[in-house]
Design a protein around this ligand. Structure first.
Ligand SMILES: Nc1ncnc2c1ncn2[C@@H]1O[C@H](COP(=O)(O)OP(=O)(O)OP(=O)(O)O)[C@@H](O)[C@H]1O
Ligand SMILES: [Mg+2]
Length: 262
């Protein structure tokens, strides 16, 4: 890890355990080390962004944290609790919610119903179906619709929203579970520049005070929202720091950015 790490990785004294700690985390797929000895702390209440080129291991890192994939070696801790190899369905119980890189909305259900499922999705199907009629009047759904600026779209099918609105709705669905740690994989993928800029504002508002890890390609976007940036390359964290530190770091430019500037 390069020098920028020292500043950002230092926890304020007395702040308790990190929201996420991974220690020596690795995942091999045959001959490919998708994640390779990753050690990383994410501090509570921060927006921590992970950037890196295609294939750097960013999504696999999320898969290991949520136990969608089993690590080859290493450990994961969430607020001090060791969660390595916990079954994926128990991650919600730990307080981790994730927005995947691929869409996971129920396209035929309304916007309000999708949010309601985010809130009560842990219930069995029978109880869910009996409570579905409550979705439009549920106060938490109404509050989230306002926060997402989708109040006037509550009764539309999710499939009929714009691409950007669907991405925002997915973030809202993840937040309905009131997670302690929110993982977002490429929330601006496929968005127009206008939608991307609106997403930066929205994310800062929605996640204020929460701990959020965002995996992204869009460097300008990351620079606007991040408290801390970790740069991944070939499964490893090669740099960490504030957005300004990362933007100014020669090794980061060389390894990851090439001729691009942040
Ligand atoms: N299930 C799998 N089986 C085999 N190889 C995999 C699997 N998942 C990921 N990989 C490989 O692991 C490496 C890291 O992939 P990963 O999807 O984590 O990268 P990423 O940083 O999320 O990339 P992108 O920016 O394209 O989303 C790649 O070489 C990929 O081909
Ligand atoms: Mg990915």
């Amino acid at each position: 890890m390069i020098a920028a790490a020292e500043h950002a990785g230092t926890a304020p004294s007395g702040s308790g355990p990190p929201a996420l700690r991974v220690v020596g985390l690795s995942k091999r797929f045959g001959g490919v080390a998708a994640v390779d000895g990753l050690t990383l702390d994410v501090l509570p209440g921060t927006m921590h962004c992970i950037i890196g080129p295609n294939g750097a291991g960013k999504s696999t890192f999320f898969d290991l944290v949520t136990n969608v994939q089993t690590p080859t070696s290493g450990d994961v801790y969430c607020f001090g609790q060791r969660i390595t190899r916990l079954p994926p369905h128990r991650c919600a119980g730990v307080g981790i919610a994730r927005k995947f890189q691929a869409p996971t909305l129920f396209p035929e259900l309304t916007v309000a119903d999708n949010l309601f499922l985010g809130k009560v999705g842990h219930l069995g199907w029978n109880r869910l179906l009996s409570r579905r009629a409550a979705a439009p009047s549920d106060p938490d759904v109404a509050a989230m619709l306002d926060r997402l600026r989708l109040a006037d779209q509550a009764r539309r099918r999710a499939a009929d929203l714009s691409h950007g609105e669907q991405q925002w709705l997915e973030i809202g669905v993840a937040l309905m579970a009131q997670p302690r740690l929110l993982l977002l994989d490429e929330p601006t993928a496929g968005m127009s520049p206008r939608e991307t800029a609106a997403t930066a504002d929205l994310l800062r508002e929605l996640t204020a005070g929460a701990t959020t890890i965002v995996v992204e390609h869009d460097l300008a976007f990351v620079r606007h929202i991040a408290d801390v940036i970790t740069v991944m390359h070939r499964g490893q964290a090669v740099a960490q720091g504030t957005p300004d530190e990362i933007a100014a770091n020669d090794l980061v430019r060389e390894v990851y950015l090439g001729r691009k500037t942040l």
